[in-house]
Ligand binder design. Structure first.
Ligand SMILES: N[C@@H](Cc1c[nH]c[nH+]1)C(=O)O
Length: 375
């Protein structure tokens, strides 16, 4: 395209209106739930996101060298930027909300609008349920209705995979096969690098998704594995809180692999019931704070604003009025606005596009007096 780098785009009118509407509703919901707003700069050092505690990939970031030879990036992720900002904050419960763009080179589009929440120093179940209850409340207020919540946990797959001795390449292949739910491939890689029992467990894990009833099935299957049973117990507690709060559509994916390198523990996603599109994604990331030498309970989620924008109506339902003015009547038109406090009033000069308005008013000067006539 001329004048814009690939992936960048201009937006006008309704899309922008709807985005502001989504953000306004979000701001109201988070402020009534006790969140503070946070904003971090668009420009950061790459190492904030690529260091060993975080592990995002440099090749997926928008980046360049600064004058000192350091690599700078456009914010690729809010969660990590906020962890950096909060690392010097007092060790007490804190809840933050944010809205702004993230930039990713690995996904078509480059710039993505997100709104989200992050919480630190809040007990695990409390933080996880707050994330999801806030999400459901927000979606309801937005008129999108409640979404389907999917729960997963990083440590089920990871504790089973740990029983294998995997090269870096095999580990990545296994993770990808697990992600793609390729059962045969998972079994083959696991068998080649460990015992048949572990290979069978991992292959069974590929199928461990669906309604919450499957939790009971895997409780039996893993009756001798205390670590996995504890995870299932935790998931059940979270499910109970969500159900008591009116969320009916809850799914689990016990074999889910993490979609962010920093997740450790519960992970969640929200799907739109109408299309199955993911509208939010989040999880627990206590270990991300270890780089700052602290042990911190941390959890949050982010909404894909571009997905939500497709779901909302343009909220401007007001009457549109056009006042046709001339240089002599501009000042009078401005006064006239106050007579239509609930309408959208546009002052224009001829020619106008009549189609755009519910009502067109013209100011005519009769005997030195301004009169308003409807055209
Ligand atoms: N930053 C994550 C979402 C998230 C927020 N908090 C925890 N997870 C993402 O962009 O996918």
């Amino acid at each position: 395209m001329m004048f814009l780098p690939e992936g960048s785009r201009d937006e006008m009118g309704s899309v922008v209106n709807k985005r502001f509407h989504v953000m306004e509703v979000f701001r109201k919901v988070v402020s009534t739930r006790g969140y503070q707003q946070i904003a971090t700069p668009l420009l950061e050092y790459a190492t904030t996101f690529t260091n060993e505690h975080v592990g995002m990939k440099l090749q997926e970031m928008m980046k360049w060298f600064n004058a000192n030879g350091d690599i700078e990036v456009l914010r690729p992720d809010w969660t990590i930027a906020i962890a950096r900002a909060l690392s010097t904050q007092p060790q007490e419960p804190q809840k933050y909300a944010y809205q702004g763009s993230v930039f990713k080179l690995n996904t078509p589009g480059v710039e993505f609008h997100q709104i989200g929440i992050e919480m630190i120093h809040i007990p695990d179940l409390m933080g996880e349920s707050e994330s999801l209850l806030m999400a459901q409340t927000f979606l309801k207020q937005l008129g999108v209705g409640s979404c389907i919540i999917e729960l997963g946990h990083t440590d089920i797959y990871e504790s089973l995979a740990q029983e294998l001795s995997l090269s870096t390449v095999a580990a990545e292949n296994l993770r990808q096969a697990m992600h793609d739910k390729k059962k045969d491939e998972v079994y083959q890689i696991a068998k080649a690098n460990g015992t048949i029992e572990t290979a069978e467990e991992l292959a069974a894990l590929v199928d461990a998704f669906g309604s919450i009833e499957i939790i009971a099935e895997y409780e039996q299957r893993w009756e001798n594995r205390k670590d996995l049973l504890e995870i299932l117990q935790h998931i059940k507690q979270l499910v109970a809180i969500l159900q008591q709060s009116g969320s009916e559509d809850i799914l689990v994916d016990l074999g889910r692999v993490k979609n962010q390198p920093y997740y450790s523990g519960m992970m969640f996603r929200g799907f739109l019931p109408s299309s199955g599109v993911v509208c939010f994604s989040g999880g627990r990331y206590d270990r991300l704070y270890e780089q700052f030498g602290n042990s911190v309970s941390a959890v949050g989620l982010a909404f894909d604003v571009d997905v939500l924008v497709d779901q909302v109506q343009d909220s401007e339902q007001k009457e549109t009025i056009c006042i046709i003015a001339s240089p002599e009547t501009i000042a009078y038109s401005e006064q006239l606005r106050s007579e239509f406090p609930d309408a959208i009033v546009d002052v224009q000069s001829e020619p106008i596009n009549r189609e755009k308005y519910d009502k067109v008013l013209e100011i005519v000067n009769r005997n030195g007096k301004n009169e308003v006539v409807e055209k």
